[in-house]
Design a protein around this ligand. Structure first.
Ligand code: SF4
Length: 705
């Protein structure tokens, strides 16, 4: 292995900060940030400590199989033989769809692609989906239906620094991806930053001092807020009518749909004072090119997307951007801030239940023919569409009797996690491929130890749609194998005749061919090209010479006639709304020190010291009414379960809302409480809002005694 430094990117979030890994004499890696357009030489504490996960004491280094109730080490042959025998027997008895695959937005493009191929060609099951469904599927659905394409940011992140105003809805970037904040410096200074969040998050606090604005709506009313702003633009004749006429179809219906959302009504529903609403509309209008402004951006995150009406809320945000004439204009547009490291690439190459590589529809006969030819199978042999993640997880123990989980920890990260744990336990076979014994791996029948991040080659697609190289800096420990090798081996054992490449560059070339002509076209890219000039913006679509497309929509939208299709939307109440026995909203989110289910970051001592466990954030007024003191244990109960964690009393949240981070399992598991109702368009669960009761933990214990 090279003793020289290796340039790569962070293993965690979609900012994919650039870093350099240097092997030390003791075998450990030192992490240093690198200059790159997205992170500009900075890392957050997760990135600085990323190498520690490679050598955590409980790192999985040997295959494990459950014998007499315990996971015991076995050889690779024994583990793979066991999987093959059990899958073969189950499919012989119950059909191909009895086996399902649950992937991850953390996998490289190559692994995501190969996993989709493995499901469809080796297992021949329709059941594959992934945890990216939890991440940004509502934004993807809204982008597809209006703009014709789903790329998180349709412009480079560096454009943020040049714009005049940013409306940031439901994203706490100051905690989740801190290096991004430097791109907001310009709008902060000029008073153009408008943050929408029910909490006064670290990001909302960025609006202090510079004349920015923090709007703090009642949870679940984000779309009402957006309709209210759009109403003000329409009645104030501030919309870019020329742009709307030239570049959209169906705007009249949107215009009519906002007529009933006058400011007083919006203020009443959202709790956002009317003057703040008017000021937000004016800040955005002033920045719009039609009024001589430098440009504006409307950005959404999970806070407004993870609802049963998430797709419609994102449509409201896109409509607002269209009204201001932003998409396709310099320093302007609508974008979604992807969360997971490869949430973007993960859904482009076949992990989504209804998609084939290249963002192709699995129901499209031409797409099936194209991909089948690349895979060397007959189109008719490919299964049809499966079901989205929550629906898939609901089938466990019923239609689905065996599950492969790759790089995901749904026991902690899925909604209504208590019910899921029971369904996982009811499976005939649970196979988990991971790097550490996550809570999900602990339930498995077979655990396969696989290489990660600094131990593997591949590519990731960041939040801008920029394809980046991940490079191997160290050998994996023990008997750990690359997932590409594992999938190829398993496919062969299952009798699959289609070839499965094991080298990441070869897999990428196949992926590129499969994506050619698709919406997410990588056909001009290769590992060699990405290595030659890593700083060049290789944003997909990248056909031809692979030069890429940093900015979309300049010449038109990705619809057949180039015109956007705005959708008139109406607000939804939360599926699990307030009621007498559950009079408080729960919102969930992340903290600076941890990433997603925390399986990796909770094992890093420095991050554990920074944030060692769950907590319940509640307003002093609510705490006083309930007799709760700071630091005391609080029980939060929804119709799905109870979680208990220490109280953090803070005026940063609303008096009617409590907040919990979702990184932990056990008594403080926030996803024990969350609602698994889903958005009907995207299948995204309603993580962000549900009704709960809150009480001192001691009271709860007395009542249940
Ligand atoms: Fe950058 Fe995200 Fe990694 Fe932090 S976690 S260093 S923000 S990529």
């Amino acid at each position: 292995m090279p003793a020289t430094p290796t340039d790569t990117h962070c293993p965690y979030c979609a900012l994919q900060c650039a870093m350099r890994l240097t092997p030390e004499a003791d075998g450990h890696l030192t992490v240093a940030p690198r200059e790159f357009p997205t992170n500009r030489g900075r890392l957050c504490q997760k990135g600085w400590t990323a190498a520690e996960v490679l050598t955590v004491p409980d790192r999985l280094t040997r295959p494990l199989v459950r014998r007499d109730g315990r996971l015991v080490p076995v050889s690779w042959d024994e583990a793979l033989d066991e999987i093959t025998a059990r899958v073969t027997a189950l499919q012989a008895e119950h059909g191909h769809d009895t086996v399902a695959v649950f992937g991850s937005g953390g996998l490289t493009n190559e692994k995501a692609y190969q996993l989709g191929k493995f499901a469809r060609v080796a297992l021949r099951t329709r059941h594959i989906d992934y945890n990216g469904r939890f991440c940004m599927s509502s934004a993807a659905a809204a982008g597809n239906r209006t703009l014709g394409i789903d790329r998180g940011l349709p412009f480079p992140l560096t454009d943020l620094a040049e714009t005049q105003a940013v409306l940031l809805l439901g994203s706490n970037v100051a905690d989740t991806m801190p290096p991004l904040v430097q791109h907001l410096g310009g709008v902060r200074r000029s008073g153009g930053l408008v943050v929408v969040d029910p909490r006064r998050s670290a990001t909302a606090a960025l609006t202090d001092g510079g004349g920015g604005l923090h709007l703090q709506p009642l949870p679940g009313t984000d779309l009402v807020l957006l309709l209210g702003i759009l109403h003000l633009l329409v009645v104030g004749e501030l919309a870019d009518e020329e742009y709307l006429e030239a570049r959209t179809t169906g705007w009249d219906a949107v215009r009519r749909s906002v007529a009933g959302w006058w400011p007083q009504r919006v203020a009443h529903v959202t709790g956002v004072p009317e003057p703040e609403l008017r000021r937000a509309a004016q800040v955005l209008a002033d920045a719009a090119p039609v009024h001589g402004g430098r440009g504006a951006m409307v950005l959404t995150g999970r806070g407004v997307e993870q609802h049963t009406g998430g797709t419609d809320t994102v449509s409201g945000a896109i409509n607002l951007a269209l009204a201001l004439g932003l998409p396709g204009r310099p320093r302007s547009g609508y974008g979604c801030l992807t969360g997971q490291g490869n949430g973007q690439g993960g859904r482009e190459h076949g992990q989504k239940c209804d998609q084939l590589p290249g963002y192709r529809s699995i129901s499209d006969p031409d797409a099936r023919r194209h991909v089948a030819a690349v895979w060397g199978v007959r189109p008719d042999d490919l299964p049809g569409a499966g079901v989205p993640a929550v629906e898939l997880l609901d089938k466990l123990g019923g239609e689905v009797r065996a599950l492969f989980v790759h790089g995901s920890n749904p026991v902690v990260s899925a909604p209504n996690a208590g019910g899921l744990r029971e369904r996982l336990a009811a499976l005939d076979l649970l196979v988990v491929c991971d790097v550490v014994p996550s809570e999900t791996a602990e339930l498995a029948d077979v655990v396969l130890p696989v290489a990660q991040w600094a131990e593997e080659e591949g590519t990731m697609t960041n939040l801008e749609g920029r394809v980046l190289r991940r490079r191997r800096a160290v050998d994996p420990p023990g008997e750990v194998r690359d997932e590409l090798v594992v999938l190829a081996d398993l496919a062969a054992r299952l009798g699959c005749a289609a070839p499965f490449a094991v080298d990441a560059d070869e897999v990428f070339d196949e992926l590129a061919a499969a994506s050619a002509g698709g919406r997410a076209d990588y056909s001009g890219l290769s590992h060699r090209l990405l290595d030659e000039a890593p700083e060049v913006a290789r944003h997909w679509p990248a056909p031809g010479d692979g030069g890429g497309t940093p900015r979309l929509f300049g010449q038109g939208f990705a619809q057949p006639d180039g015109r956007a299709r705005p959708v008139a939307v109406v607000p939804h109440r939360p599926a699990d709304d307030l009621r007498p026995d559950a009079p408080v909203y729960l919102v969930t989110g992340r903290v600076l020190a941890h990433y997603q289910s925390g399986a990796q970051t909770r094992r890093v001592p420095e991050l554990h010291r920074a944030a060692g466990g769950a907590f319940v954030e509640l307003h002093p007024q609510l705490a006083a009414g309930l007799g709760i003191r700071d630091g005391e244990p609080v029980s939060v109960t929804s119709s799905r379960g109870t979680a208990t964690a220490p109280a953090r009393i803070t005026s940063s949240t609303r008096p009617d809302t409590v907040f919990m981070p979702f990184h932990w399992s056990g008594p403080g598991s926030a996803n024990t409480l969350t609602d698994d109702s889903t958005d009907p368009v995207s299948g995204m669960p309603a993580f962000k809002v549900c009704a709960v009761s809150v009480a001192p933990a001691a009271t709860m214990m007395e009542e249940s005694a």
